[in-house]
Design a protein around this ligand. Sequence first.
Ligand code: NAD
Length: 296
Amino acid sequence: MTSTVGFIGLGNMGGPMAINLVKAGHRVMGFDLSDAAVAAHTGAGGEKASSVAELAAAADVIVTMLPAGKHVRQIYQGEGGILENAKPGTLLIDSSTIDVDSARVVSAAAAEEGMQMVDAPVSGGVAGAAGGTLTFMVGGADEAYAAAKPFLDIMGKTIVHAGGAGTGQAAKICNNMILGISMIGVSEAFVLAEKLGLDAQKLYDISSTASGQCWSLTSYCPVPGPLPSSPANRDYEPGFAAAMMLKDLKLAQEAAHSSGAATPLGAEAAALYSLFCNSGGEGQDFSGIIKFLRGS
Ligand code: NAD
């Protein structure tokens, strides 16, 4: 069935995600502050909305893909925003990576207006957005998840219902906190091996089949050589930029503080990525933290 989808935030991720909805036969009205992003959308068969209010009033389903929680709160709850203008019954999907508290506040406000909402952040990067192979981590009521699933299936390959409102964001930041910590741990081990005269390939061969095995080692090895596909072999060109890792680690720390969870290694990982970004690493792949730890 063809739906009218409103898509707000047509950037690196949202642009190709919206195009996949167009290709699946939906009418997709796009809105973005960037004229270039809107032009790319209309050039690929999408329509242009001149305001959030116009888009919200026309859409059956609204997807947002925005930078941070403040943008999401503004677009949903601000004057001229989605909640003020959308019809009751409109399905709302926020795929931005934002703080858990904002996700829960906006979802509750949507429910008060008679709208179903899911938080559905993604992993898979720009390639996954273009290829329709994203992983969606979805928080929301069962009915909202069931309503969103056919649209998420178009944009992604793996769709996981994590639980109630906010749990999609919780899954995303918990996963990326593991990733940030483990990448630092693996990098420290390679730096120590260098100092001890242990060849990087030998450490890889041993640890990849021993108890040190983890994704940061065997799927994203931070030294060049052992794994040709990892960004280390392309001078740490992202991949997943250190600035994005830092954003997610900060969100994890915000959530840890507001929930009272003890995450000392998460805090240390956020501090180290902050130093790495401030010393010029923000545009590099997050595995480039090894250069910072090595001091070169
Ligand atoms: P981006 O900066 O490329 O795109 C964001 C878009 O939102 C921009 O086009 C911007 O003009 C638009 N925008 C900002 N404020 C707006 C407003 N008030 N009204 C309308 N449009 C507005 O960012 P991105 O890389 O597409 O990331 C989007 C979200 O996805 C972020 O939350 C990010 O953390 C998350 N994410 C990104 C990646 C990635 O690899 N890029 C991977 C996973 C998750």
